[in-house]
Design a protein around this ligand. Structure first.
Ligand code: HEC
Ligand code: HEC
Ligand code: HEC
Ligand code: HEC
Ligand code: HEC
Ligand code: HEC
Ligand code: HEC
Length: 197
């Protein structure tokens, strides 16, 4: 009996998809788009939450509207469900602002949290390889560099300490994409340390 329930629970995501839209048909051939650990909730809601104009009866598909049948292109597509404000604060990160969300995220499925293409640190240094190579956040009193990895984030429960502990990935109200209010770097420190007060 128990096993039966577990099997049923295992099937739940598929059932949810098939009852809501045409995704079940799409998945006959596109299973790989739901095969990893994290599946985008929008995908579970149905392919038609983003691709409305696909004629699946023809291969290669004919597209009735939009590139690849999309309702709109990112980032507008994403703002249909995600708060635009998160991405359009005063200082914006170039790849997010340009709508290249897929330089960091998979749109469908991924083995990493937040649908990321790699873990945050690896992702950031792909485009910023100089950061770990020279002292970052030079600690004047020590003349050495700040730790960038391998600790726990003191403010964000369950998250590792990495680039996203100090920087926001999309946009920020403050300079340098700071996660916390700071007009200069020294104001950032007090969010995690009390030695400077
Ligand atoms: C009978 C199999 C089959 C079904 C059903 C199917 N597809 Fe496809 N689809 C393919 C194949 C084959 C390709 C071309 C190879 C590829 O790009 O993966 C493709 C490609 C695509 C592409 C990319 C096209 C491009 O320009 O590269 C999209 C988007 C897509 N399918 C969406 C859908 C959606 C949405 C559905 C459901 C409404 C669907 N497909 C149903 C077989 C199928
Ligand atoms: C959150 C929006 C969203 C949902 C939901 C979604 N897609 Fe996509 N999909 C995209 C975007 C955006 C692209 C275009 C990527 C590019 O070309 O820049 C894409 C591209 C594709 C491609 C081309 C190959 C690839 O991986 O880039 C296929 C095939 C595809 N989608 C099929 C599907 C199917 C099947 C579903 C449902 C199971 C689905 N998509 C659900 C946004 C979505
Ligand atoms: C430079 C890499 C990068 C780009 C580009 C990017 N993201 Fe992200 N995104 C991240 C990271 C890293 C996280 C996890 C942040 C964390 O740990 O708090 C994330 C988290 C998210 C989340 C989860 C909720 C949240 O804010 O924590 C959503 C939704 C999201 N991104 C949507 C988008 C959309 C939409 C775009 C394009 C407009 C985009 N992202 C572009 C790196 C990126
Ligand atoms: C149809 C609505 C819809 C659209 C369109 C949509 N999303 Fe989402 N997305 C969701 C929902 C719902 C969640 C789950 C939110 C939550 O758990 O708080 C989510 C979660 C996410 C997450 C976090 C994933 C996780 O599980 O941790 C990322 C990253 C993300 N979306 C990126 C995007 C990007 C990039 C686009 C544009 C290509 C996009 N979304 C378009 C509905 C949507
Ligand atoms: C796809 C490439 C790409 C990825 C991945 C990427 N960045 Fe960037 N980043 C850029 C570009 C382009 C700029 C703008 C550079 C410039 O203005 O000289 C930038 C600028 C920045 C800035 C300076 C912003 C400012 O206002 O001065 C910070 C901080 C930053 N990125 C942090 C990160 C973090 C943290 C990550 C990982 C979550 C990351 N980046 C991932 C491309 C990327
Ligand atoms: C302990 C907090 C902290 C961490 C962790 C951190 N940064 Fe920074 N970052 C800063 C501060 C503070 C500045 C501003 C430095 C300055 O103005 O001298 C900065 C500046 C930057 C800039 C802009 C460079 C410039 O010269 O203006 C980039 C790009 C950047 N960081 C990327 C990253 C990446 C990638 C990671 C992870 C490998 C990371 N940061 C981790 C605090 C941090
Ligand atoms: C998001 C949180 C965060 C911010 C912001 C931050 N740090 Fe740290 N800092 C840490 C963590 C985590 C460690 C590692 C502590 C450990 O090893 O247990 C650390 C370690 C240090 C150390 C080594 C001594 C120690 O306590 O272990 C110094 C010095 C330091 N930080 C200075 C700074 C300065 C200066 C700033 C501002 C420019 C800053 N930090 C900003 C989280 C942060």
């Amino acid at each position: 009996m128990k096993t039966f329930i577990y099997i049923l629970l295992g099937l739940m995501p598929c059932l949810a998809v098939s009852s809501r839209s045409d995704a079940a048909d799409c998945l006959e051939c596109h299973m790989d788009l739901t095969s990893k650990k994290v599946v985008h909730t929008a995908v579970k809601m149905g392919c038609a939450s983003c691709h409305i104009g696909v004629d699946a009866a023809t291969i290669p598909h004919k597209f009735k509207k939009g590139r690849r049948g999309l309702i709109a292109e990112p980032p507008e597509l994403c703002y249909g469900c995600h708060d635009r404000k998160e991405f359009t604060r005063k200082s914006q990160h170039a790849p997010a602002a340009s709508g290249a969300c897929n330089s960091c995220h998979d749109y469908h499925t991924s083995d990493n949290e937040n649908l990321l293409l790699a873990d945050t640190y690896k992702l950031c240094i792909q485009c910023h390889p100089e950061i770990p190579e020279k002292p970052h956040v030079i600690i004047q009193m020590m003349g050495s560099s700040h730790v960038l990895l391998g600790r726990k984030d003191p403010n964000r429960k369950g998250k590792p300490f990495d680039c996203a502990s100090c920087h926001l990935p999309h946009s920020s109200d403050w300079g340098k994409l700071y996660r916390y209010q700071a007009t200069q770097s020294s104001e950032l420190c007090k969010n995690c340390h009390d030695f400077l007060e």
